[in-house]
Design a binder for this molecule. Sequence first.
Ligand code: PMP
Length: 405
Amino acid sequence: MAFDIKKIRADFPILSREVNGYPLVYLDNAATSQKPKQVIDCIVDYYSNYNANIHRGVHSLSQEATDAYEQARKAIQEHFNIEKTHEVIFTSGTTHGINLVANGFSSLLEKGDEIIVSALEHHSNIVPWQMLCERTGAILKVIPMNQDGMLVFSEYEKLLSDKTRLVFVNHISNALGTINPIKSIIKKAHQVGAAVLIDGAQACSHIKPDLQSLDVDFYVTSAHKMCGPTGVGILYGKEEWLTKLPPYQGGGEMIAEVTFEKTTYADLPHKFEAGTPNIAGGIAFGAAINYLNAIGFDAIATYEENILEYATKELLAIDGLKIYADIKEKTSVISFNIEGIHPYDIGTILDKMGIAVRTGHHCAQPIMDYFKIPGTVRASFAFYNTLEEVNRLVEGVKKAKMMLS
Ligand code: PMP
């Protein structure tokens, strides 16, 4: 499909609404993406026509729902180039996936074992590991970042040792947009026998990761950042790791046999999918992936690069405006401040003009501490944004600066 921005925007009903009397300019895509009608229709279709519980019904509706849910799992498998369908575990999102793995490692780590996180992480890829350290006596080490908002690879190499069990890094930073060199990070970790979990929450709407070629052990992401619904995501795990990890939650669906003396667990992926899942969400996640692939990730990347480059240039022309991580190795996020002005005030004025950005620490307080700032204004772009919208942002920021200086 040719990249037809008009046609693409027409797929997103919300983009034609007004906010505070202005046409909406939605630049908070790093928090969550908007949904095309193909995904919305898919959810309505499920609840209107074949709503039923899955995997256990003999009746036709249950069969239809099960087929659609499992087809979505297949679409996800194919999209991420995952070898085996049962290596795709449906979760409620990235946070759930990370907690599932962190919890599982409780029984695999010993006191004094080391695990490595990066300075660029979202809180959801920090806190579960700190909790794991509290439970096990393992030690958390941090790969430092530099003023460009990039990880210092040579410091990472120094942290690795035969004590390292796990490394967890995000693919792309939600606060700065930095693309981390995950292929090299994974390779180095494997050389000392450590497993790697990549948090792909921020990456998967911009990049199509090939998980087999990355040779990653775990990869987690959320559908809602990829034009899919909230409350659903996936954990990919290599079969050998998913077999080693104990189940996270007990309940229906995840058992083979239950007696009061002993319970045996179901095979993958069901071992990690206790209870009734977000069925409509899983099916719609598949629809979102199909939608993105119909546009094509190469086309998305080229289009978004142009938006990012233009917005960076225009914003930097504003006196006193500083962009954190103004680097080449980044995607679709501009995190900035204007000297002497609190980011919250800029965000509030932009909202009055119908422009949605995020302000604050973006669930990444250690990054803000590093730069010694309370937060930033974050404009984050998607393939449905336009250069005209960037102009609205730039004009809005100029106006906010004038009002607040
Ligand atoms: N990691 C990163 C890099 C993120 O951007 C986010 C969402 N902002 C998360 C993890 C958490 O994702 P979720 O809230 O969907 O679980």
